[in-house]
Design a protein around this ligand. Structure first.
Ligand code: FA5
Ligand code: MG
Length: 384
């Protein structure tokens, strides 16, 4: 059974990931593991590196005490990633359907908030910092979602005796609107930006910011006033200090800034992408010139849904087989049988290569492998 052997090779855990030994909870596919250590943020000619440098410049100008971190390992403990941030033990965001586990106690960080308490307790004199890095999530697949992406965390503390919670919130909004204005030359309060109420267990109150891009609103960041329990978990006294925190998606901002239409391009080895950017791209207002789009090949998958099924399981198998040739997966149709109560779903997979035309034959071969794997993996028998 060559297929089974191949699947095993993909899923076999390595000896260790960044010093942490996998156990039975390991669920990192090879395609995601490959992204570890790419260090796109540290590449001063990559759109993400250019954006990260520009964000640092803005904050350095706002606040000369601001510290910058970008070399933390992306493998963190569940304590740092979730517990210290008040994410409940049974919350979906920390379940293996949403998070990549190295072992029962260590995950690929799902957000840069994993470093909030760490830096605040490691450097007691610190009053503001940014921390940027690669983060990992089992997520849907489309032009603005990818299982590996980058976030920038920002934290600023204030004297709780002198500055009210309302003033902290005001400073947060002003700072982030200022950042957006600096990046996009927007006037604040325009129709191109809007604030929405959000919920995060680690901030109270919480907000998110959306930016209007490509005819639609796109969420770019979450933020809020740091919860008192989180301050205590960082060894601080909420009677004395409080503050704000935000976490922004760097790809989303870079897409708007440089006119990059698809999040997969950030990982592209294609010289036609890389050559368009340089250290000066921010001041030169470089806009990405898409190289001609090659035609897509569409493949549908219909399946009866097993009880333990989550859509992310399917997305990951498709992504693992197709890599960056999978542009997106859409749910086309859902049907629940009126008598048996069983439900079926139809997904449409859009296959497209960024640098050549895919043939129907080669996509068929990969599509067949996806189907075999779906059937094999979970004993999902009725797949077509
Ligand atoms: C968080 O991750 C919070 N840690 C943010 C935060 C920090 C809130 C500090 C309060 C205080 P969220 O899951 O919404 O929140 O992600 C933040 C941003 O990451 C999103 O707004 C989006 O820009 C980006 N993002 C999320 N998922 C993806 C993805 N799959 N691909 C690309 N970008 C993503
Ligand atoms: Mg969000």
């Amino acid at each position: 059974r060559p297929l089974q052997r191949r699947a095993a090779a993909v899923m076999a855990p390595p000896e260790e990931i960044l010093g942490i030994k996998p156990d039975g909870k390991y669920n990192v596919p090879a395609g995601v593991r490959e992204k570890l250590g790419k260090n796109l943020l540290l590449n001063s000619k990559h759109p993400l590196g250019i954006l990260w440098k520009t964000v640092q410049e803005y904050f350095a100008e706002q606040d000369s005490n601001c510290k910058f971190f970008d070399t933390e390992k992306p493998v963190v403990s569940t304590v740092d990633c979730f517990d210290k941030l008040r994410v409940p033990p049974d919350h979906v965001s920390r379940s293996p359907s949403d998070t990549y586990y190295v072992n029962a106690d260590y995950v690929l960080r799902t957000h840069t908030s994993a470093h909030q308490c760490q830096f605040l307790s490691q450097y007691p004199e610190i009053t503001s910092f940014l921390c940027a890095g690669d983060v990992y999530r089992r997520d849907e697949i489309d032009a603005s979602h990818y299982p590996a992406f980058h976030q920038c965390e920002g934290v600023r503390l204030f004297d709780a005796q002198k500055v009210s919670k309302e003033e902290v919130m005001e400073d947060l909004k002003k700072t982030l609107e200022g950042l957006a204005a600096h990046l996009f030359q927007l006037k604040t309060g325009e129709d191109t930006m809007r604030w929405l109420d959000e919920y995060f267990p680690f901030t109270e109150p919480s907000l998110e910011l959306e930016i209007f891009y490509n005819e639609d609103w796109m969420e770019v960041l979450g933020c809020g006033v740091i919860h008192h329990d989180v301050l205590r978990n960082a060894g601080l006294d909420p009677e004395k200090v409080h503050g704000w925190a935000f976490g922004l998606g760097l790809e989303r901002l870079a897409m708007v800034l440089f006119g990059i239409p698809d999040i997969r391009l950030f990982w592209s080895d294609d010289a036609r992408f890389a050559q368009q950017f340089s250290e000066g791209s921010f001041s030169e207002k470089t806009k990405f010139k898409p190289f001609s789009k090659y035609p897509p090949v569409l493949k549908d998958i219909s399946m009866w849904i097993p009880e333990d099924f989550v859509d992310n399981d399917l997305f990951e198998m498709i992504r693992d087989e197709g890599g960056d040739q999978v542009e997106k997966v859409d749910l086309l149709d859902e049907f629940t049988h009126p008598k048996t109560g069983r439900s079926s779903k139809m997904f449409r997979v859009t296959w497209r290569d960024m640098s050549r035309t895919l043939t129907n034959e080669e996509v068929n071969a990969k599509h067949e492998k996806v189907l075999e794997r779906v059937v094999e993996k979970a004993n999902w028998k009725e797949v077509s």
